[in-house]
Design a protein around this ligand. Sequence first.
Ligand SMILES: [Zn+2]
Length: 366
Amino acid sequence: MRATMIPAWASLFLAPLVTLAADAAPCRVHVILFVPADVAPPSGYERRMDQIVNYTESFLRRGLERWGHRNVASPFRRSADGHAEVELMRGKEAASHYKPVTVRTEVMDALRRRGRLDGGRQIWWIMVYVGDPPAKFAGFLGGYGQQIGGWSVCQFNTAPGRIDPAEPLGSDFLESLMLKGMIHELGHAFQLPHIGPLNRDKSGNTLMGPTHHHYRRVVPTGERRVYLSEAEAAMLSTHPAFRGVPDDRGQPPKVEVRDMSYAVDSRSGTLVVRGRVRASRRAVYALVADESDARPGEYWTKTYVGKVAPDGSFAVTVSEPSKSNGTLKTWFAFENGALTGDGRGAARDGGIPRAYTYGRRGWSFN
Ligand SMILES: [Zn+2]
């Protein structure tokens, strides 16, 4: 299965030479096991780490393949014998001192001192171990910073058992490990926003959707599956870590969008967003998030995707609008992995907004 991936060294040769500054290393996920000063590192943590990384890699690869993204590089670092590379980092303080942000701050300071932050072009997946269960590190958080790169903080859980890549993320064991939360926060490190499931996908909850608990409160069917949505896959496919290349995103591209139009197809009950994008980098996908008032929460934001044609034109169909007021937000995934619609904010935060209303005569953009 791994044969379908382009090894990092191969895609380096495929990348245009101009992007290869002498100091630019390919963007990868660096796994860090963070252990506070008053806790002994867990014995045999390498095996659990291998399982976590293998599951995540297989989940993301399957999701990308489902939506036609093949030849995707693995974002994870492996040793020569195939094990996940993990760096053990000892905290200065006792476990009770740490929250996600204090963990991140200490890790980033250490990496900065060692000259390893690489100008914010790497991804840091920080797993915190505060002891075997029932000891618990409750804070899960992820994001992106210009200086530090993608980061996420989660708990490293040593509960006995095996992580089976064929099991859904909502299975009892994987849910007890909070594996979905761990990969969800990594998704934020890749700059993915919250994205909810589409009914038409019939695949359960989304990676960037609500927690298992909130999902089941809204969809009480016993559903355990979690999937990578088409919009999530489109954004990941352009990210440097999934192309095996250095991160050359730097400042967001200058974006000019013309001829935006918002149409209602009352026969099919869908909305269609059209336009034409010109930018300093080539836009590959157009994304439209439906910030409907009827969402059970922000995590449920249905998000749609369409390809951008060589002339910059795009059309995205919002196939499951709710019968409510709301706002559509449009942004683009660029060839270098940048995500913006307005050339300032990232992903949905940088989306071009357009409000709509719903009344007796259906949706309206006036
Ligand atoms: Zn989140």
